[in-house]
Design a protein around this ligand. Structure first.
Ligand code: EPU
Length: 287
């Protein structure tokens, strides 16, 4: 406990914004989960590096929270520090900081007639999260439009990685404990970009329960298949535990009707995995 107190004292002495026992549910789209011991919002790369240094010295585990859209936080909350890059939210042309709203970037570049991101319309994320998770869907994935990624290592060193060095794969990267600070996108002026954006967004609106409290697709698609179709074909739409249920609109979504706990959702996840006709692996991260 002595070491734990030293961590927030260290941050407060350097005027780095930190809050104790911060409820995390409001920072997620699913709206469940307990508090973080420390919630840190550094304003500069220097403050972020100092936060890492303090965490290492005090043996405090660190996690980076984006828009909490692909995340389930357990009811007990998160021990250690949760960092949010709220203040890293600038866009300079095609160089965009990690805390920038990804859906907004996709919409803005589509409106500017720049092609490359329009196939990702409507994905809730921060730029950093979209890069780290290689967010995407049926029409494409983030990696295709990335030129470079600026990261900070846990030692506080800054590096610019080429797209190949990021090691993009299906819903993941090789970034490990490096934190995305910004990315450069490779977008080209082309015709019909806004129309395509609009089409992808409409398709998403008609097939997914947007506007409810959910974490997007819960499971990864197994090779050659679709988790949503598999769950649907097993007749599991509407299955309920507590205040959570399998979406009627898209079976790979779980909706929180209000007041669901993380335990409800995890029990529902297990039930789906037991009853599905194929092994299903979680896509959503669990903290
Ligand atoms: N389907 C059903 N029943 C359902 C849901 C889907 O039969 O309840 C069928 C559809 O009719 C379709 C097929 O399954 O034939 C695929 O459905 P969809 O087009 O919705 O695509 P998906 O594979 O389920 C993927 C991504 C989504 C992304 C969409 C659209 C994964 C795990 N999911 O879904 O991503 O929005 O494509 O691009 O890769 C997410 O990652 O959180 C997410 C929602």
């Amino acid at each position: 406990m002595v070491a734990v107190h030293a961590f927030d004292t260290f941050l407060q002495e350097r005027l780095i914004p930190v809050r104790l026992s911060e409820p995390l549910a409001p920072f997620t789209t699913m709206k469940v989960g307990g508090p973080a011991d420390f919630f840190v919002e550094p304003r500069t790369p220097g403050e972020l590096a100092a936060t890492f240094r303090a965490a290492k010295e005090c043996d405090v585990p660190v996690r980076i929270l984006g828009s909490g859209a692909n995340l389930l936080i357990r009811d007990e909350g998160v021990r250690g520090a949760v960092i949010r890059l709220t203040h890293f939210n600038r866009r300079d042309g095609l160089h965009v900081q990690a805390g920038y709203n990804f859906a907004r970037l996709v919409k803005e570049t589509a409106a500017e007639g720049l092609g490359g991101l329009e196939c990702l319309a409507g994905i809730p994320a921060q730029v950093g999260g979209a890069i780290r998770m290689n967010a995407g869907g049926r029409h494409g994935e983030t990696s295709s439009a990335v030129k470079y990624v600026d990261v900070m290592t846990p030692e506080g060193d800054l590096r610019r990685l080429t797209r190949d060095e990021v090691g993009f794969r299906y819903r993941g990267t090789d970034l490990g404990s490096a934190v995305v600070l910004a990315a450069g996108f490779d977008l080209r002026p082309s015709a019909g970009i806004w129309e395509r954006y609009d089409e992808v967004l409409s398709q998403k609106k008609s097939s997914q329960p947007l506007g409810t409290h959910n974490a997007g697709c819960m499971f990864k698609n197994p090779p050659g298949g679709h988790a949503g179709r598999i769950i649907d074909e097993c007749g599991l739409k509407g299955m309920r535990v507590g205040n959570a249920h399998v979406s009627e609109r898209h079976a790979n979504f779980i909706e929180n009707d209000g007041g669901a706990t993380a335990a409800d959702i995890l029990t529902l996840v297990e039930k789906i995995q037991q009853r599905a006709s194929q092994p299903l692996e979680l896509e959503v991260l669990v903290w």
